[in-house]
Design a protein around this ligand. Structure first.
Ligand code: NDP
Length: 497
């Protein structure tokens, strides 16, 4: 249920966020007592002091996770028992949805409407969906001759690490934790330094729901300290990472330098939104184009920031998208009337402003936005026209509200431009021609292709990237379970025919 701005402000004023680490079923300080502050990006207010975890804390968390895994209270529990506890987690998240959504909104600068959708609806759905799978996934029996019985079983891999980004903090936590725990793994989670609070509160609720001590551990800290210690830890069996391609590469190296842990990567993108000449230029298409670019202020790995429009449609598309985007309200993320919140940090705002400057210097035409004089970390949604494929704003992931419109003369040219990138996360295609839609969907080298609407799919469909947008690992769907399972063959010789 959506509340009023005043109601959300009242909830925020009563929050007392706990920034301590959550290890072995209890909140605690970092071993050396160090702390850092987490602030509200929209106002600059300090929200909490957060435990600055480092290798010693990661060691403690991994030891607790390993002990819990070996004891088997969770890992070898009846699947129905894990299901019941994870369903209880879903219930508790729903009951605390307003509190968690406000906490997320003030820690991440995200709009309260998005936080309510992600936390009130999506996060509990994740726990519920993977809970329901816990007792419904089976191994296989090989097609052997009479002299053997070949069983192919899947076992929880052990201790799972998860490294989270700041753009969808609790949703990304659920992406990793729900399937990991459904399989029986124990988890050690490092939230982004900017947004640790909602994940810490989730851990507390999970403990209340009945997740045993040691099965869920949250160690807030910096990437170079806590994150690296997770990557290099030799008793972590798999690590699931969402963030930049640059840091994703580091996790591959950490694995090679330690125990060859499995590494699942969900990385960046520079995704195209393609409008072919026969597409119907209606309000629905414009709404999807605007959402594809500006949802979460463009701080979204699957944002469609290269919009490749059939040449005859470019002028109409540009003027209609500008009208649509001008209607977006920038402002206090806790106000339900706000459509776009704050950039995550001052540094990130400055990075995005440098991209806007580079677009201007490279000769793209700015047709709206780009004002750098707004207070705090806010950036007006910005739209460039006459963007060409070699420009920096057409090639690099900006991770802010900067849309580039490019003109294309044919579907084949759209494909060539769309494919000319190291990334391969997502693409959208608008066309009325079913054959063309299928041809484009099959030809685009990316993990998700969305036709006649911008969508990442839903919990039932796998999400991840081709090329340098990820590894073979997928979040969501039954595929997510694979990150946390390993396969064993049990080959039984039989005497009977
Ligand atoms: P990063 O990839 O730097 O951070 C993601 C996670 O990795 C965070 O928890 C971070 O910790 C951790 N990390 C950072 N450095 C290291 C390291 N050396 N070793 C181990 N872990 C590390 O993303 P940023 O948040 O800095 O954003 C930078 C860019 O990454 C964005 O502009 C965007 O392009 C992309 N990005 C993509 C996301 C996606 O959804 N695919 C999400 C977020 C960012 P900490 O933050 O605590 O330092």
């Amino acid at each position: 249920m959506t509340l009023s701005h005043a109601d959300y402000q009242a909830i925020a004023s009563k929050l007392k966020p706990n920034g301590q680490a959550f290890i072995d079923g209890a909140f605690c300080d970092a071993a050396d007592g160090e702390k850092f502050e987490t602030t509200n990006p929209a106002s600059g207010d300090v929200l909490a002091e957060v435990a600055h975890c480092k290798a010693a804390d990661v060691n403690r968390a991994v030891a607790a996770a390993r002990r819990a895994f070996n004891e088997g209270t969770w890992s070898r529990a009846e699947p129905e028992e894990r299901k019941e506890v994870l369903l209880q987690v879903a219930k508790l998240v729903r009951e605390h949805a307003h509190e968690l959504a406000v906490l997320e909104s003030i820690d991440a600068g995200k709009t309260i409407n998005d936080c309510m959708e992600e936390i009130g609806v999506e996060v509990p759905k994740f726990f519920q969906w993977y809970a329901e799978l816990a007792d419904k996934t089976f191994g296989k029996v090989a097609n052997t001759g009479p002299g053997a019985l070949g069983l192919v079983i899947q076992e929880p891999i052990g201790v799972a690490g998860a490294i989270l980004p700041w753009n969808f903090p609790l949703l990304m936590a659920a992406f990793k934790i729900a399937p990991a725990l459904a399989t029986g793994c124990s988890a050690v989670i490092k939230p982004a330094e900017q947004t640790p609070l909602s994940t810490l509160r989730l851990a507390e609720l999970m403990h209340e729901a009945g997740v045993p001590a040691g099965v869920i551990n949250v160690i807030p800290g910096y990437g170079e300290t806590a994150g690296q210690a997770v990557g290099l830890h030799s008793d972590i069996d798999t690590v699931s990472f969402t963030g930049s391609t640059e840091v994703g590469r580091m996790f591959m190296r950490y694995s090679g330098d330690s125990n060859l842990k499995v590494v699942g990567l969900e990385l960046g993108g520079k995704s195209p939104f393609i409008v072919l000449g026969d597409a119907v230029m209606d309000d629905d298409l414009i709404d999807h184009a605007a959402m594809a670019a500006f949802w979460n202020g463009g701080q979204n790995c699957s944002a469609n920031m290269r919009q490749l429009i059939a040449a005859p449609l470019v002028e109409e598309f540009s003027s209609r998208i500008v009208d649509r985007v001008r209607a977006f309200k920038l402002g206090d993320p806790l106000d339900p009337a706000t459509d776009i919140g704050s950039m995550i940090t001052r540094d990130h705002k400055e990075l995005v402003m440098r991209y806007i400057q580079s677009g201007l210097e490279d000769g793209a035409s700015k047709i709206m936005g780009g004002n750098s004089e707004l207070p705090g970390h806010f950036i007006e949604p910005t739209v460039f026209q006459n963007v060409t494929p070699e420009m920096k704003i057409a090639r690099e992931e900006i991770f802010g509200p900067v849309l580039g419109i490019m003109s294309v003369n044919s579907a084949e040219e759209a494909l060539t431009v769309a494919c000319d990138t190291d990334y391969g996360l997502h693409a959208t295609v608008f066309t009325q021609d079913i054959d063309q839609a299928i041809h484009m969907a099959r030809s685009l080298p990316c993990g998700t292709v969305s036709v006649n609407g911008y969508s990442e799919g839903d919990i039932k469909t796998p999400f991840g990237g081709y090329k340098q947008s990820g590894s073979l690992a997928r979040d969501n769907g039954t595929e997510a379970l694979e990150q946390y399972l390993q396969t064993k063959t049990i080959w039984i010789q039989t005497k009977a025919g």
